[in-house]
Design a binder for this molecule. Structure first.
Ligand code: GDP
Length: 443
């Protein structure tokens, strides 16, 4: 996702390395590069212009903080402005006060409407709305109705049947009536798309909108279309009071132009993004996280900020003192480290924020968290003396600990190996490496 843009922006920062401060000249140079990067990413020209002007405005006259390089400083500003461009805050899906909440899906053929109908079911259920009904008003393509039926089956949602000989408006009214009488929380209405924006299609969807009075009118658009996607969004937005955008196929979008322009051009938030063909391939859109992803360096600054807040300073100090006094790092410290990591929000949050570490799958993360719990359990099963002197742990003690923690002896051995690694790392950090590591994380 957005690989090209990330790479180019990364280069801008690299070029600023070694410069002592942000000056008019080096800001100009860097911004010229950022501008080219955005244009190459297919971001709409007026959006690029305004963006550059804003970043320049913020960057000029900024004192570079002592702890940051000019490149980091500029990245901070670009990051903030990218997030602002995409809407700052995530825009949650709305639900009507009186169920059923109607979601009307609009968009061109092939944009991903039908798939998104099915994907939305999970997000809706996560918000506590369990009973979802799907209906298709696409009477022009019988295959489209069948496709939605299949999708509804996969998503385990209810399906309201329709046939090509019916009028779209009649189908919509009947489905709404059915949803009311059967106490559905949400009714999702899939509509017919055309290959291009055309009058008849717009008239039809306007009529559907009037009859259904939807709480969400989502414009579904394929991110890979870049600026074309944004132009279509504008055409639909002029015709219909859209409440938000569902940006699909972001998984295949190496450029990012649509994601960056659509909000600015239409004034409507991207609410969800499609990130895969499967029904699980949907995410709520978070502008700030997306800005971090685009910059490809994770949300490093905020990680450090949070680290400062969450880490128990007393605990950290104790470890440092211990290292200095040459007493070394024991299993008690290892456990304390693990607890601090939990305070930081667990592995998944850390992985999201560390540069280059964002590729772990949900499965790997879940496995990682499970292992963390196992390790804690094992250390808990040791006596305080064993924790201080892991060298005491011979076969019989290991067997006792494994039994106590409900794991295998080999799990205990694996933990001891990990601990040795951590001990080695702490030793090198003790020799002045801590500051180096923190600097490395920022850059
Ligand atoms: P519709 O004509 O607007 O209803 O579009 P469909 O829902 O039939 O989707 C068109 C094609 O895009 C299908 O092959 C989908 O599997 C695919 N598709 C939809 N959303 C995504 C997505 O987020 N990522 C990927 N990779 N493919 C998607």
């Amino acid at each position: 996702m957005f690989d090209n843009l990330s790479e180019r922006l990364g280069r801008v920062v690299k070029n600023l390395r070694g410069q002592g401060r942000l000056t008019e000249a080096n800001i100009q140079d860097a911004l010229r590069e950022v501008r080219v990067a955005l244009l190459e990413a297919d971001v709409a020209l007026p959006v690029v212009r305004e963006f550059i002007a804003k970043v320049k405005d913020k960057a000029m006259g900024q004192e570079v903080l002592q702890s940051l390089t000019p490149g980091q400083m500029l990245i901070g500003i670009v990051h903030k402005e990218l997030a602002a461009l995409m809407g700052e805050q995530a825009a949650p899906l709305s639900f009507a006060s009186q169920p059923p909440a109607v979601f009307l899906m609009a968009g061109l053929q092939g944009a991903g409407k039908t798939t998104t109908c099915g994907k939305l079911v999970r997000l809706i259920r996560e918000r506590g709305k369990k009973k979802v009904l799907l209906v298709s008003t696409d009477v022009y393509r019988p295959a489209a109705i069948d496709q939605l039926k299949t999708v509804a089956g996969q998503a385990e949602a209810d399906f309201f049947p329709s046939t090509p000989d019916q009028k779209p408006i009649d189908i919509a009214r009947a489905a709404l009536d059915h949803a009311r009488r059967h106490f559905h929380d949400v009714l999702i209405v899939d509509t017919a798309g055309r290959l291009h924006v055309d009058e008849a299609m717009m008239e039809e969807i306007k009529e559907l909108h009037k009859a259904l009075d939807p709480v969400e009118t989502l414009f579904v658009v394929d991110a890979m279309q870049g600026q074309d996607a944004v132009n279509t969004a504008k055409a639909f937005n002029d015709a219909l009071p859209l409440t938000g955008v569902a940006l699909t196929k972001l998984d295949g979008d190496a450029r990012g132009g649509a994601a960056l322009s659509v909000r600015q051009i239409t004034g409507k938030p991207i609410k969800v993004v499609g990130v895969g063909e499967k029904l699980t391939g949907i995410e709520v859109f978070h502008p700030e996280r997306m800005a971090s992803r685009i910059l490809g360096m994770g949300d490093v600054l905020s990680l450090i900020e949070e680290a400062h807040k969450a880490v128990d300073h007393a605990e950290a100090l104790k470890t440092v003192q211990k290292l200095k006094s040459g007493k070394g790092f024991d299993l008690e410290d290892f456990k304390a480290q693990m607890q601090q990591m939990k305070k930081l929000g667990g592995l998944s949050t850390l992985m999201d924020k560390l540069p280059g570490a964002g590729k772990a799958s949900a499965d790997q993360l879940a496995e990682g968290e499970k292992q963390m719990k196992r390790v804690e359990g094992i250390i808990n099963a040791m006596t305080p003396e064993e924790r201080r002197k892991p060298e005491l742990l011979k076969a019989s003690r290991k067997r006792r600990i494994a039994a106590g923690a409900g794991v295998q002896v080999q799990d205990v051995n694996r933990l001891l190996n990990q601990f040795e690694q951590a001990q080695k790392m702490m030793k090198s950090l003790g020799k002045g490496g801590m500051a180096k590591m923190m600097r490395g994380m920022k850059g």
